[in-house]
Design a protein around this ligand. Structure first.
Ligand SMILES: *[C@@H]1O[C@H](CO)[C@@H](O)[C@H](O)[C@H]1NC(C)=O
Ligand SMILES: *[C@@H]1O[C@H](CO)[C@@H](O)[C@H](O)[C@H]1NC(C)=O
Ligand SMILES: *[C@@H]1O[C@H](CO)[C@@H](O)[C@H](O)[C@H]1NC(C)=O
Length: 504
């Protein structure tokens, strides 16, 4: 007998000699990125002889002091009750793989604190065994935001660079002659546990030079060209400008206040018309009219309260006066009902329902399609949001969680994101900061027909997306027109509208 035959015989007889049940981890370490998905696997042997046999699969995350239940299946039934809240809605077991002896766990939208040690335990009638594996979640430092300002003295400039990632990255500064410069770098942890790193240097404003900050962990960088990028000097008549601006703002506030009272009316008789003023107190409309006679600060607060109450109604009004939507509406409805359901796909090419167009809170959805299809889709969203819920389109797409819908037509942008929202939606009296307070999980921002190339707008969109808390964002574009944004937004989901299909 030669060796090969002995080995074969050995292997053949092995199972009958010992029914040793084993679990092996597919890998010892998984390296993944924040916001992406991971599938971790364990192989168990022998495989189940009977596909219906009892089977318990458990995944735990643990440290020396803490255990989190990630996934548990008892007798083929998923046990959701025991799941740690941190993992709810983000984990699934690839149950088809069980037949082939795999316990594969998929965790979606990875967070930084998903990192750590996982134990995979499998129990069958044949025995039980477990293994551990390690997950490490990092977030690359991608886009760098730069800022330049004149330092107090006037002869100096304060240059700063900021970016978010994980773990903390050192920042190195170099000038145009590759000389390394000393900097002041600070880091804070964001609610999503990313590290926001800010680094500053002070330089003279007279010498011509270039300064580059480099986030050395991932090599992202930004360069300041001095003196080209020095902010335009302020004029002597600063004080006059300030006084004039205050005057203009005051007039705008008063006009806006009158306008809203007339249009939507803080009508004194409605008892359900309660709203919360700037200090979190509930005030009645009567009280708000009374405050109206108070000082300027009170007027502003009053106006904000009204605004919040009525912004939704104001936007709906704005969209229904939008001439396009009345003309285009019948086309939209036909498109929504007859074409879109057959043409809308996820990035794996599987058809998805129209409801997939609504991003979850905090989610960014990219919708790619042939020219015109994005505009049509934006119109559908607008119609379904403004129409009453019994309307045909609203049945296909439920937008009842959206309190504020902001659409920006990107084909004609000139300013930054907030300027465009204000211009296009006639919200001129709002400041960027005020608008920001409305861009929460109750808001859907649609950037329609987005195409990279307007540096100013692109940068403001990137900054907004980095800082957005819960705002839902849908970006429509033709394929390949926003590559940088696609790279920057790590938590995005992509949908596609296929070219017209030949249906009979
Ligand atoms: C700064 O950069 C520009 C273009 O990148 C280059 O032409 C110029 O020579 C640089 N200046 C210095 C002082 O390094
Ligand atoms: C460094 O920057 C931080 C934040 O910008 C500032 O508070 C601090 O005073 C700076 N420290 C030095 C030594 O410049
Ligand atoms: C993990 O991070 C999330 C936010 O990203 C936070 O809500 C949660 O409480 C954290 N869990 C633990 C155990 O630290």
């Amino acid at each position: 007998m030669d060796w090969a035959v002995i080995v074969v015989l050995n292997v053949m007889f092995q199972p009958s000699l010992s029914v040793l049940f084993t679990v092996e981890a597919e890998r010892t370490v998984y390296d993944s990125k924040f916001g992406e998905d991971v599938v971790m696997g364990c192989r168990f042997q022998p495989q189940l002889s009977n596909p219906q046999a009892d089977l318990k699969v458990t995944w735990h995350w643990f440290t020396s002091t803490l255990v989190r239940d990630v996934y548990r299946m008892d007798n083929r039934k998923e046990n959701l009750a025991s799941r740690d809240p941190d993992y709810r809605g983000r984990v699934m077991l690839l149950t088809d793989e069980l037949r082939d002896g795999w316990s594969k766990l998929k965790i979606s939208r990875l967070r930084i604190n998903d990192s750590g040690t996982y134990q995979c335990l499998v129990e069958t009638e044949e025995g039980a065994d477990y293994k551990t594996t390690t997950l490490s979640v990092v977030a690359p430092y991608k886009s760098v935001t730069k800022h330049i300002e004149k330092a107090a003295g006037g002869d100096e400039l304060l240059l700063s660079c900021q970016s978010e990632g994980y773990p903390e990255s050192p920042v190195m500064w170099q000038d145009g002659h590759l000389k390394t410069l000393n900097s002041n770098t600070t880091a804070v942890t964001t609610p999503r546990q990313l590290v926001k790193v800010t680094s500053q240097i002070r330089v003279g404003s007279s010498a011509k030079n270039n300064y580059t900050c480099i986030f050395t962990k991932d090599g992202s960088s930004a360069t300041f060209k001095i003196p080209d990028e020095i902010p335009v000097p302020q004029k002597k008549n600063d004080a006059l400008i300030v006084v004039l601006s205050i005057g203009v703002i005051m007039v705008a506030i008063i006009v806006a206040m009158l306008f809203y009272r007339r249009q939507k009316g803080c009508r004194g008789h409605s008892t359900r018309n309660l709203f919360v003023d700037g200090r979190g107190k509930s005030v009645s409309v009567d009280a708000c009219s009374a405050k109206n006679k108070g000082n300027d600060e009170e007027i502003t607060i009053f106006n904000e309260g009204c605004m919040e109450e009525h912004l939704g109604a104001f936007l709906k009004d704005h969209y229904s006066n939008f001439p396009l939507s009345t003309e285009v509406r019948p086309h939209c409805e036909a498109f929504a009902a007859e074409e879109l359901p057959y043409r809308l796909q996820n990035n794996e090419g599987q058809p998805v329902s129209l409801q997939a167009l609504l991003p979850e809170a905090g989610e960014v959805v990219f919708l790619e399609g042939p020219p015109g299809s994005g505009k049509m889709t934006a119109n559908i969203l607008v119609s379904s949001w403004t129409e009453d819920p019994t309307h045909a389109v609203s049945k296909l797409l439920n937008l009842s969680t959206v309190r504020f819908l902001f659409t920006v037509d990107c084909s004609r942008v000139k300013g930054d994101l907030f300027q465009e929202i204000k211009m296009q939606l006639s919200l001129m009296q709002k400041t960027g900061d005020e608008l920001r307070t409305f861009l929460t999980s109750e808001a859907l921002l649609v950037l329609d027909g987005y195409r990279e190339g307007n540096h100013f707008f692109d940068e403001s969109v990137r900054n907004f997306l980095m800082e957005r808390e819960g705002c839902r964002v849908l970006i429509t574009s033709c394929p390949g027109q926003c590559p940088i944004l696609n790279d920057t937004v790590v938590t995005g989901r992509t949908l596609q509208i296929q070219n017209k299909v030949g249906r009979s």
